[in-house]
Every structure is written in structure tokens, then in C-alpha cells.
Write a protein that binds this ligand. Structure first.
Ligand code: PMP
Length: 363
């Protein structure tokens, strides 16, 4: 073919190819950048763990969000909220107090959007989360553990720092209800769609309360009979708050990171929570290892706690019900602590792990 004829042929034939490709990139199958990779996680039937309960236990695979946890959803909505309210401009700084996962979600998004990220966190959280935050370019500031009533609590330090510099926003995941809106607008509708509305109860551990409040608000709006049950670890006050209306701690601290609370956050206020279950560290850790060895999921202890709570809820409701919970993040985030024989022994929970599953432990 002569070269002019080649050009004519190319223009005639390539046009539809280009426009077809362009349409494909616009399709809902293509995610738009990092922010587009948050949500739409699979709902998993945990078959073996469901077996003895006579119920169907389903778990949202939140560790599959691109930042690796359920908190990516909150991070996305907190940033969008700050942008919509004009609280942050180009090149600005996002400041947050976090057990780590919200910070990791925010740090990813700050890189994608050209913001700086400053993270205050209590100094008893896993090294893996600190390392991830540092790798993501966040300025990580671990601070001594202090209750919310103490001005040195990590959240207050985050707020004060944001107030002290220009073009910075404190995203305030605990009391900014943009957090639970993420679950009203995404997690709740996904669960409704994925179960065809056939869900009897949801149960989630609570850090900010965003997941539990948001999911239950959406689902109860569709069907008020759906039960919302709070799953609470040792050292938290929320179990007694739901059961007896008192903010009294049940047990001391927990090995589980990211959940448990000493107060009723704004994200939790106004949510219609039907009941609460208390999950000991022994049960949470045992279930974390069962999820690994019986179902193949390498997840953190809050996921173990959630699924252990779902088993308790199944026993409360009786056979034939469908209970939804979530696998919040990956076990890699806790490798040094949660999979260490000596740490588990010192916390008195080693014995709760079935002997045949202890091959996963390191010293
Ligand atoms: N699991 C993990 C590992 C978390 O980090 C968090 C949040 N800190 C939660 C569960 C609870 O999520 P929420 O803040 O929506 O209550």
C-alpha cells in the first residue's frame, strides 16, 4: 500500500478503535484513580464458621480497599467534606488523630491529591502502621496514650496543630459525621444489594462508630426489622452503655487495635443500636486464627472480634438468619504483635488458639 493510502486506511479504521477504547475507560468497570478504588468490596460467605451456627455469616472484605482497610471509606468522605466546605485548598495539609488505619487511607489520598498529611496517633499502636504511614510520606507523630478528657489526647493535639498552621484541616473522624455518611452512602447500599435485602442483623466493633451507625442507619431505613448489634472489646464502655445506659468500662485494655471507645462519639449519636455483645480478647484472637486456618483470611484482630460477635448474634437469633459483619484490615498490619507467641503468651491469650493453628506464630 502507498503511504498516502496507508494514512487514509489508518484514519478510517483507527477512529472507531480509539473511540471504543475511550468509552471503555469511561465505563463503570474502570476505577478513577486511587479515590475510585475505595468501596464495592466483595461480601464473603464464611462457610465453615457459619456451619455450626445454622445461620449464614457474611463478611464485607474491607481489607480489599486500596489503602487496606474499612477506614479508606471514611477517609474519602472526610477529604471530600473538607473540600466541599472549602476548608482546604491546593497544597494544603490534612491533619488527623487516628489509631492508624484512617491515617493510612488519608495518606494515600493526600499523595493522590497533592496534600500534605500529618498524623497523630497513640504510641501503643502497631509498628507496621507507623511504617506504612512513613512510607506514604505522612508526618507521623506518636504521642503518649491519654484519655479523651486529657488535653494531650492525640485528637486534641491534632486539632491544635491544624489550627496553628495555614491551609490545614483537622478531619476529626470521631465527631465529623461525614465519616458515617461514607457508610450510609456506600457500605449500607452495597450490603443491601449484595444480599438482595435478605439480612437480619449486622454487627461491628466500634472505633469512631462510623461503620456501625452508617450501615445500620441505611439498612433500617430500608427495613426497620434489621437488628444493629454493637461488638465491644475489653476495656470499652459501649457495651455497658447499650446494655445499662452507663459509660462504664468492661474489662481493661484489649489487644485489638482500632476499636473500643470511652465515650459516645457524634458518629454514634442518634444511631438506633438494638443490642451489644462483649467479645473477650481470647475469643477475638481465637477467631482471628480460625479465619486464617479455616477460611484462608489473614486479617487483624478487629476482624476476628467482628466474626466472633457474629457467631454470638447467630446464637442469640437462632438458626436460619443472615448476619453481616466485616473483615476490617489485613493481619500483615499486626504481624509483630498478633502473630508473636511471646506477645500472645504475655497477654494470656495463647491458650485460646487451637494447637494445630499455632504453626502461624513466630517468636
Ligand atoms: N477495625 C479497625 C482495624 C479499625 O482501625 C477501625 C477504626 N479505627 C475499626 C475496625 C472501626 O471502624 P469505625 O471507626 O467505623 O467504628
Amino acid at each position: 500500500m502507498a503511504s498516502a493510502a496507508k494514512t487514509v486506511w489508518f484514519l478510517r479504521h483507527s477512529q472507531p478503535v480509539f473511540s471504543r477504547q475511550f468509552k471503555r475507560f469511561q465505563s463503570s468497570e474502570v476505577r478513577q484513580g486511587f479515590l475510585g478504588t475505595v468501596g464495592n468490596t466483595p461480601l464473603i460467605h464464611l462457610k465453615k464458621i457459619s456451619e455450626n451456627t445454622g445461620c449464614t455469616i457474611l463478611a464485607k472484605a474491607e481489607f480489599l480497599n486500596s489503602g487496606g482497610s474499612v477506614k479508606d471509606r471514611a477517609a474519602l468522605f472526610l477529604i471530600k467534606d473538607a473540600q466541599e466546605k472549602g476548608l482546604i485548598g491546593p497544597g494544603g495539609t490534612v491533619v488527623e488523630g487516628t489509631a492508624g488505619n484512617t491515617g493510612i487511607g488519608l495518606a494515600h489520598m493526600c499523595l493522590a491529591l497533592g496534600y500534605k498529611c500529618v498524623i497523630y496517633m497513640p504510641n501503643n499502636q502497631s509498628q507496621e502502621k507507623i511504617d506504612a504511614l512513613t512510607t506514604l510520606g505522612a508526618d507521623v507523630r506518636p504521642v503518649p496514650v491519654a484519655p479523651f478528657t486529657d488535653p494531650n489526647n492525640y485528637n486534641h493535639q491534632a486539632r491544635r496543630f491544624a489550627e496553628s498552621i495555614n491551609n490545614a484541616v483537622w478531619t476529626n473522624q470521631f465527631d465529623n459525621t461525614a465519616n458515617r455518611r461514607a457508610h450510609i452512602e456506600t457500605t449500607g447500599p452495597e450490603i443491601w444489594r449484595q444480599t438482595d435485602g435478605k439480612v437480619d442483623a449486622v454487627t461491628f466493633g466500634t472505633g469512631t462508630g462510623g461503620t456501625l451507625a452508617g450501615v445500620s442507619m441505611y439498612l433500617k431505613d430500608r427495613n426497620p426489622k434489621i437488628k444493629a448489634i454493637l461488638a465491644d472489646p475489653e476495656g470499652s464502655v459501649l457495651y455497658n452503655w447499650i446494655k445499662h445506659g452507663k459509660l462504664e468500662r468492661e474489662g481493661t485494655g484489649s489487644i485489638t487495635e482500632g476499636i473500643g471507645q470511652g465515650r459516645v462519639t457524634d458518629n454514634l449519636k442518634g444511631a438506633d443500636i438494638d443490642d451489644a455483645v462483649h467479645v473477650t480478647d481470647k475469643l477475638a484472637v481465637e477467631m482471628t486464627f480460625r479465619l486464617l486456618h479455616e477460611e484462608g483470611f489473614f486479617v487483624g484482630a478487629s476482624s476476628g472480634l467482628n466474626v466472633s460477635a457474629a457467631v454470638q448474634v447467630a446464637q442469640m437469633l437462632g438458626p436460619g438468619h443472615t448476619i453481616v459483619t466485616c473483615l476490617c484490615d489485613t493481619g500483615q498490619r499486626y504481624y509483630a504483635k498478633l502473630f508473636s507467641r511471646s506477645v500472645l503468651e504475655s497477654r494470656g491469650v495463647l491458650e485460646s488458639i487451637p494447637e494445630q493453628y499455632r504453626s502461624s506464630l513466630h517468636d
